[in-house]
Design a protein around this ligand. Structure first.
Ligand code: YXS
Length: 260
């Protein structure tokens, strides 16, 4: 069963996440399909990509596939984790990727969406950072990327500490959602923007996108600070709360956190 669909219209590629049954949870299989789609569009020198869920899907993506999270003793968001692979593929893609969002976005999928270059949504769009729901210690690279994309440490802390969805209106107010349009106009609006991008200099855009990524990532971190962060995170993913969070989700019950 394919977990994505790809279509090319002129110089614009459209990748649709189609794993509706699992609300497009970012499993290894779905991320592998997304990366393969991007690879084919890169070879075809596509000049813009639209990343979307199926029309009518109420969830753009439910985030990391919880059933694939390690139970304990291993970093749940390590460098080669599917989510990290997907975020890197989107950020390193040679051309702009437009996230077209007409539903809710959860957990690590928020980082995937915010790794795209332009976000266009409807009033149905929302963004919920939910590691605290599951007892997961988010990772430093992801936090830095979210800080850069959200642009406000206060808003990001509220998102992490409450796990409440950021509404489309608020996301638009702070610049996360570039445009909020009616559902009926979403596809036309997004494809028109993508087609406009495809008429501009692909080399200039490619080099500017790469420069922004490299400058965004140019945050010096001493080895000592990095190791302290990893030690803090290990305390969390080795905790009983971490195991409780994942088990509760899979058992479809509310977690009970003891703080250890
Ligand atoms: O029971 P079945 O087999 O039909 O499967 C259900 C859900 O278990 C499954 N599903 C997921 N499976 C794995 N990982 C997920 N993240 C996930 N989300 C959903 O999809 C089937 C339909 O789900 P259901 O019945 O709940 O659908 P719904 O329409 O009523 O509700 C949609 C959601 C998205 C509101 C709901 O599924 C939900 O709250 N999902 C979890 C969202 C979430 O907390 N994601 C964060 C995952 S952890 C992550 O991204 C990072 C590690 S971190 O935590 O650091 O952010």
């Amino acid at each position: 069963m394919s977990l994505t669909q790809t279509e090319v219209r002129g110089q614009v590629g459209i990748i649709t996440l189609t794993h509706d049954e699992k609300r497009n949870a970012l499993s290894q299989a779905l991320i592998d399909a997304l990366i393969a789609d991007l690879g084919r569009l890169e070879e075809a020198r596509i000049r813009a990509v639209v990343l979307r869920a199926r029309p009518g899907a109420t969830v753009w993506s439910a985030g990391h596939d919880v059933s694939e999270l390690p139970r304990s003793g291993r970093d749940p968001l390590a460098y080669n984790d599917p989510l990290e692979q997907g975020v890197r593929a989107v950020r390193k893609f040679h051309a702009p990727i437009l996230a077209m969002i007409d539903g809710s976005v959860w957990g690590g999928a928020v980082e995937l969406a915010l790794s795209c270059d332009i976000l266009i949504g409807t009033r149905n769009a929302s963004f919920a950072l939910t590691p605290a729901r599951l007892g997961v210690p988010y990772n430093p690279a992801g936090i830095l990327r979210l800080l850069s994309a959200v642009g406000s440490s206060l808003v990001l802390r509220e998102m992490f500490f409450t796990a409440r969805p950021l509404t489309a209106q608020r996301a638009h107010d702070i610049g996360v959602l570039g445009h909020v349009v009616e559902s009926a106009d979403l596809e036309r609006f997004t494809l028109e923007m993508a087609a406009e991008i495809a008429l501009l200099s692909p080399l200039s855009i490619q080099v500017i996108k790469e420069q922004i990524r490299l400058l965004d990532d140019a945050t010096p971190l001493s080895p000592g600070t990095f190791e302290r962060i990893q030690g803090l995170r290990r305390r969390v993913y080795d905790s009983k709360d971490y195991r409780e969070g994942i088990t509760a989700f899979l058992e479809k019950r509310k977690p009970v956190y003891g703080g250890d």
